[in-house]
Ligand binder design. Structure first.
Ligand SMILES: [Zn+2]
Length: 60
């Protein structure tokens, strides 16, 4: 249980860091997350691309 929870927290931390890196790359360090393709703002941290870009073919 605890190990699993720890693992999930680590994954969240990685997601958060990756998301803020995308935001910085998009020129908006104040955002929590940005789309890796079109660089629009994303509200959650779990996705690397927006709905439009995810829908345009891609595997993740
Ligand atoms: Zn996009």
């Amino acid at each position: 249980m605890f190990e699993n929870q720890y693992h999930e927290e680590m994954e969240q931390e990685v997601l958060r860091l990756e998301a803020s890196q995308r935001a910085r790359a998009a020129g908006h360090p104040e955002w929590r997350n940005a789309c890796a393709d079109c660089r629009c703002q994303l509200t959650g941290i779990e996705k690397s691309r927006c709905e439009a870009c995810r829908g345009s073919g891609g595997t993740d």
